[in-house]
Design a binder for this molecule. Structure first.
Ligand SMILES: Nc1ncnc2c1ncn2[C@@H]1O[C@H](COP(=O)(O)OP(=O)(O)O)[C@@H](O)[C@H]1O
Ligand SMILES: C[C@@](O)(CCOP(=O)(O)OP(=O)(O)O)CC(=O)O
Length: 502
């Protein structure tokens, strides 16, 4: 007899690339990616549709958007899943690609008889993303609320965006990667193609297929750190060799070959996931910058420069790679110091939380002679030579400043605004707030976003005040914090507000 789950709900987190932008495109280097509590939710239940000529219906809804409904007929013909788009007001390439390839692989895994049982009455799917994935500025304006975190707490979770997917303003947390990851996992679980997400192999299968679908729908292969974070949560990421996907990058790919390619047993997947999370009490804060940058343009210009000036670029890559490794090691050391002596750790953090980590001296031009002196933390650390947490915290702050100065050098040499001067001014103002460990541009940088890592609620409030008062660019806070857990199965009643959008 059929044992169908009443529903399946899977969430996947958004991402912030803390260190390793551009370098992570090259498998010789790594990136440090943090996952967030801003998550995408995919809810799948059996439909109540009566089949027409053996065709089953799949209906996908995104109730936060105008024109957010897509319908498909599916049937099995000659042992293969045929998916036919039923016209609605809009198309959704990412959803359609994902459903098509997922069902093809699921059929290969569970066989036709079980497949037909599982989709006997069709499938109803709902997709919902946390508010942070999309700019809420219009929503706040319509309620005459200022652009502050306090206002963001006043609007409903899973707010309607007031726009279509084509016109919505995204904040850069990686909506398509999280959408695809949660959709792949939810379809696999609902149909029983994987029993749960607890086993590494099952999760790896979801990861590999999500990477494929994401590359296919985007029409390009990025480093894949976003999908990787959506599946595995916060970690140090070394990319996979894109060649692994070459043989399946076609519309008419044979499902058996696709399954073989995305199988966890396929050793051609050489990506490396090393666990990482921010140490206790270090809190990630994010803001969206209204100006925005087009990541593919930044990437192609920067890689163009690397190709044209390999010696110059490779020397910088090596230096940045070393600094990126050092920041990870220092943060890991802090994590271990907490485990070894949480009292000493808390004491050191409380002392640093009321002091500035750095002070900026503007000697002349920001790029050429920008200096940081780690006066207050350094003085504290020097006067407490036996405090390992103080030393590590000071090292974390100074290492991140080294990373930033190398990124600014990258910007000047390549003429790509990875940390443009406008962002430098804003980041320095954030760092002037007591208790801020680091401030930077995530991922590809540009005018898209900034992040800060702070030590206390007071420091967070101080940073928020800088953002509120900033006039040079519009800085919109996000509510997201780190949630180091990757894709997970959820219960509807545990996700506040979700029942309004499913
Ligand atoms: N809430 C959603 N519901 C359905 N599809 C979505 C949703 N959010 C994003 N998408 C899909 O992802 C696409 C955006 O992908 P992309 O431009 O790569 O953005 P991002 O950088 O946020 O991943 C949309 O066009 C749509 O196909
Ligand atoms: C340049 C990169 O290494 C990092 C880009 O990181 P972002 O977080 O800026 O990405 P988008 O969501 O695509 O805007 C490209 C990559 O690794 O794919």
């Amino acid at each position: 007899m059929l044992s169908l789950r009443p529903y399946t709900l899977v969430s996947a987190p958004g991402k912030v690339l803390l260190a390793g932008g551009y370098l992570v495109l090259d498998p010789a280097y790594e990136g440090l990616v943090i996952s967030t509590d801003a998550r995408f939710y995919t809810y799948v239940r059996n439909g109540g549709h009566s089949p027409t000529e053996g065709k089953k219906k799949i209906v996908v809804r995104s109730l936060q958007f105008h024109q957010g409904m897509w319908k498909y007929h599916i049937e099995i013909k000659h042992g293969k899943v045929l998916l036919e788009h039923i016209p609605t007001e809009s198309t959704n390439k990412f959803v359609e690609t994902c459903v098509r390839f997922c069902l093809a692989v699921i059929l290969e895994i569970i066989g036709a008889e079980k497949f037909l049982e599982k989709i006997a009455t069709g499938l109803d799917i709902n997709i919902a993303g946390s508010n942070d994935f999309y700019s809420q500025n219009e929503q706040l304006r319509s309620r005459s609320l200022p652009i502050t975190t306090a206002s963001l707490h006043k609007i409903p979770t899973f707010c309607h965006t007031g726009s279509t997917l084509g016109t919505v303003h995204k904040t850069g947390l990686g909506s398509s990667a999280t959408l695809i990851t949660s959709l792949v996992a939810a379809l696999f679980l609902h149909t029983g193609a994987v029993p749960a997400l607890d086993e590494r192999d099952d999760r790896t299968l979801v990861h590999n297929l999500a990477q494929f679908v994401h590359c296919f729908a985007q029409g390009k292969v990025g480093s894949g750190f976003d999908v990787s974070a959506a599946v595995w949560g916060s970690h140090r990421y070394r990319r996979f060799d894109p060649k692994v996907l070459d043989r399946v990058m076609g519309d008419n790919v044979d499902p058996a070959l696709l399954l073989q390619t995305v199988s966890p047993k396929n050793s051609a997947w050489d990506n490396v996931i090393t666990p990482f999370r921010l140490p206790p009490r270090l809190t990630l804060m994010l803001a969206d910058i209204d100006a925005g940058s087009h990541t593919p343009t930044l990437v192609s210009k920067l890689l163009g420069w690397r190709k044209a000036k390999p010696d110059e670029a490779n020397a910088l890559w090596a230096e940045l790679g070393t600094a990126n490794t050092k920041i990870e090691q220092t943060l890991n050391e802090l994590d271990s110091l907490y485990v070894a002596d949480s009292f000493e750790y808390e004491d050191a953090l409380s002392k640093c939380a009321v002091l500035q980590s750095s002070e900026t001296l503007h000697l002349s031009n920001l790029h050429s002679r920008h200096r940081k002196l780690f006066t207050q933390w350094l003085a504290l650390s020097t006067s407490h030579p036996s405090s390992a947490p103080l030393r590590a915290l000071t090292a974390a702050a100074s290492t991140f400043e080294t990373i930033r100065s190398l990124i600014r050098r990258m910007s000047v040499l390549s003429d790509v605004p990875v940390e443009p001067v406008e962002q430098t001014r804003l980041l320095d103002a954030c760092l002037a707030v007591p208790g801020v460990v680091m401030a930077g541009v995530p991922g590809a940088g540009g005018f898209d976003a900034i992040f800060c890592v702070v030590l206390s609620a007071d420091a967070a409030r101080g940073v928020e005040r800088v953002w509120e008062d900033w006039r040079e660019m519009s800085v919109s806070p996000l509510l997201a914090r780190e949630d180091s857990v990757g894709a997970r199965v959820e219960r509807v009643e545990d996700v506040a507000g979700l029942n309004m959008v499913i």
